[in-house]
Design a protein around this ligand. Structure first.
Ligand code: HOZ
Length: 431
């Protein structure tokens, strides 16, 4: 595979940008090889600067649920752009987007737009602390909620990929306020509340973990969190930056029928442009400035291009059968992979919910970060490298979920499974 241009660009980028990338996992650090520098993308495919084409299961880490360069999204962005790219003043379209979000997620009565998932989660936590007057938060090991200070503890995604416990530069005083419990472990969560209950402002959770691979909640877990929060007067925050509009129109909260107090959204709500949001109960959201006293602001919040892309994407997701199609494609992909691994005696655990999926090179069950870490890292590296060579672009880390889009057709899944057959043969040979 010709990679000279990506290689050259990576070398140049490393001189200019830390690690040559603007977000750590993109550097291919844990899988080795040269990160592909992308030139363009359309539908289910991305093309690198050397002209290699890949079936893409990263989808810009989640937003591209319609596929890349969807003509209607591009048209909406172009139209918005013709009227100006940013005003720093309210627009009618922001209320249109807020209404669309509210219709899909009834737990959100009021919503505030921000520019990234990190901003959404840190703002939701500030709100939870402001509302309850309590300092501590509880998060789950391997869940990732962006890179704000108090959340870089026991974090998934790039932090797990790099195998670091947290980050220098984060004051201990901040992380001391963060309590960690194992994902899917109600006993440990209750124990933490037994000790610090009246100091805990909120539980924040990815209702389906997507930053330690893809790990759905075990039956009763989310309901249990709701009950604990109610008992101790803490807020329940669902971080649906990844799962919102991805696993169902109403997100994981609709799927599992558990109502959080606050929800964070990102990725799909921006339709591939930088936008995110946090929202929830009217009385809580009324505390956000200028209606209330809890401060949060942003120059590009509600940016007209991002809002146009977001509204168009959410409108297109209202078509009947969309989520059934996504679920069918990711489950066909994962069951095909599981069958092929089994035929070769390779231990593999696969998961999929709606349009997201994940796989682990171990027998399972995989319900926690500790179990995800049992996945055979060398097998993943070999599998990843072979798939990439064969034109399939997976997330370059075992600790990230994969995403299918509506542009992935049966033929793409078939081609992917053919490539997986060859990749698994390589994994088997190396064992
Ligand atoms: N933390 C992001 C995925 N969970 C990675 C974002 C990126 O590298 O673009």
């Amino acid at each position: 595979m010709e990679l000279s241009k990506s290689r050259r660009e990576f070398k140049r980028a490393k001189r200019l940008i830390p690690g040559g990338v603007n977000s750590p996992v993109r550097a291919f650090g844990s899988v080795g090889g040269i990160p592909r520098f992308i030139d363009s993308a359309k539908g289910a495919r991305i093309r690198d600067v050397d002209g290699n084409e890949y079936i893409d299961y990263v989808g810009s880490w989640g937003p591209m649920i319609l596929g890349h360069s969807h003509p209607k999204v591009l048209k909406a962005v172009r139209k918005a752009m013709a009227s100006g790219t940013s005003f720093g003043a309210p627009t009618a379209r922001e209320s249109d987007l807020a209404e669309t979000i509210r219709r899909a997620l009834p737990s959100i009565q009021k919503v505030r737009m921000v520019s990234s998932g990190t901003e959404a989660t840190m703002s939701a936590l500030r709100l939870a602390r402001g509302v309850t007057g309590r300092p501590r938060i509880l998060k789950f090991d391997g869940c990732y909620h962006g890179h704000s200070d108090g959340l870089l503890v026991g974090a998934g995604s790039g932090v797990a990929t790099l195998g670091i416990p947290g980050s220098p530069g984060v004051p201990k005083a901040m992380t001391d306020q963060t309590i960690i419990a194992p994902f899917n472990d109600l006993v440990a969560t209750r124990r933490a509340f037994g000790r610090w209950g009246k100091q805990i402002a909120a539980i924040i959770v990815e209702p389906i973990a997507g930053n330690m691979g893809c790990i759905p909640p075990t039956p009763g877990f989310l309901e249990g969190l709701r009950a604990i929060c109610d008992e101790f007067g803490a807020l329940l925050i669902f971080d649906e930056v990844m799962t919102g509009f991805r696993v169902a129109k109403g997100g994981a909260q609709r799927l599992y029928k558990v109502k959080p107090d606050l929800t964070t959204l990102g990725k799909i709500v921006g339709g591939g442009l930088p936008a995110a949001a946090y929202g929830g109960r009217r009385d809580f959201m009324a505390r956000v400035a200028p209606e209330g006293d809890i401060y949060q602001a942003g120059t590009l919040s509600g940016n007209p291009l991002a809002v146009a892309a977001g509204i168009t994407t959410l409108e297109l997701l209202e078509a009947p059968g969309v989520y059934e199609t996504l679920a069918e494609r990711s489950s066909t992909l994962m069951s095909g992979l599981a069958e092929r691994a089994e035929a070769r005696g390779i231990p593999l655990t696969t998961r999929s919910v709606g349009g997201m999926f994940g796989f682990f090179f171990n027998r399972g069950p995989v319900d926690s970060f500790a179990e995800a870490q049992q996945s055979d890292a060398a097998a993943f590296r070999r599998f990843f490298a072979s798939m990439l060579e064969d034109g399939v672009y997976l997330a370059p880390s075992p600790y990230e979920a994969g995403f299918v889009s509506l542009a992935h057709k049966k033929r793409d899944i078939d081609l992917t499974l053919d490539a997986a057959e060859r990749a698994l043969a390589r994994v088997a040979r190396a064992r």
